[in-house]
Design a protein around this ligand. Structure first.
Ligand SMILES: *Cc1c(COP(=O)(O)O)cnc(C)c1O
Length: 334
């Protein structure tokens, strides 16, 4: 099977760029959801902790249990709130408050304009009362930007909405509540970070999907995908490769198969517009479930060292390329 190489130096470099914005490591929560965006959950948790990060964000209890020993606090985005000394739970609806276990630490997610989930602003008062009645600890109040990566005004409009939310929460007498709204795009574009925490995902892994006019700090991709040679053969002119025989050798050529396919979460794509590997080899013919063919005899091949470039080829974003890679692929830290 292919291998994912994790570059510790690049990860720390990216975290440094975020810390320059927040002013301290304590204000950075590393988002580790979905197997750390495909980078490997416990590997990235250990590296983040070694760097000095004390806060993490995950998707569910299972992920939280896998990383809880590395952090002071773990925010669980999508699971039922229970009483726990390490975990806090995002509350996405009024229903989630009634489901929560008494004594649980919760962070209210407020919908300031993304309209995906969260307490709507008109229900905030009701939610705060319900939190009190239920005996929950309100640890945080958060929101999520719908377009921090776009050059429009909604980022500022949502910020304003959230400022009003902050005032309302304080006016209700809740003290020691942390407020956070920034994801990667928001922290990369802001020059005046003044909240308690940033929830940083993709930027820590080395990518910015912001348009270039935002002058974002230089980030370095953390992940490299490499594959190993399985077999080599010499094709004569006119011989075809793989399912459908969609690639026909234009001349005598040496071709090898490598241990990567769509079963590993690699995109199958369209054989008519082949993906070109980092070293310049086009994938020949169709991608199989566990194999690809390349015009080389190298024992090991770097498929990509920049998921954003791969994403561009496949018409998607860096998040999808890295997150799709199977958890079964071995991750190695260098
Ligand atoms: C995934 C997620 C983030 C991180 O977003 P990035 O764009 O990867 O930085 C932050 N907050 C919430 C609520 C998320 O779901």
């Amino acid at each position: 099977m292919a291998k994912i190489i994790i570059n510790q130096e690049n990860f720390f470099h990216n975290l440094n760029q975020i810390v320059l914005k927040t002013g301290s490591k304590e204000k950075v929560a590393i988002v580790l959801k979905d197997n750390a965006y495909g980078h490997g959950l416990t590997i990235m948790a250990a590296l983040a902790a070694a760097y000095g990060i004390t806060e993490a964000v995950v998707r569910n209890q299972q992920e939280a249990d896998a990383v809880r020993d590395y952090f002071k606090r773990v925010l669980v985005l999508g699971d039922v709130a229970r009483k726990d000394v390490v975990c806090t739970y995002a509350i996405n609806s009024l229903d989630a408050i009634s489901l929560a276990e008494e004594g649980a630490s919760v962070e209210l997610k407020v919908d300031t304009g993304m309209h995906r989930n969260g307490i709507v602003v008109s229900e905030l008062q009701e939610a705060l009362q319900a939190v009190r009645q239920k005996g929950l600890h309100l640890v945080g109040v958060m929101t999520h930007f719908r377009a921090a990566d776009e050059l429009d005004s909604s980022y500022f409009w949502q910020k304003k909405q959230f400022d009003a939310v902050k005032e309302q929460v304080k006016a209700e007498g809740f003290a020691d509540v942390r407020f956070h709204s920034h994801n990667s795009a928001a922290i990369l574009r802001t020059q005046h970070f003044n909240e308690d925490l940033v929830r940083v995902g993709i930027a820590a892994y080395g990518y910015s999907e912001l348009p270039s006019m935002f002058h974002t700090p230089p980030l370095k991709p953390v992940m490299q995908l490499v594959a190993q040679r399985v077999a080599t053969r010499r094709l004569q002119k006119g011989e075809c490769i793989g399912y459908g025989g969609s690639f026909e050798a234009p001349y005598t050529m040496d071709v090898s198969t490598y241990n990567l396919g769509y079963g590993d979460g690699w995109c199958r794509g369209d054989a008519a517009t082949p993906f070109i590997t980092a070293e310049g080899f086009p994938i020949l013919g169709r991608v199989s479930m566990d194999l690809i063919s390349l015009p080389t005899t190298q024992d090991e091949i770097c498929i990509f060292n920049n998921a954003q470039e791969a994403a561009r080829h496949f018409g998607t974003i860096s998040y999808e390329i890295t997150t799709a890679l199977s958890p079964a692929i071995e991750r190695v830290v260098v």
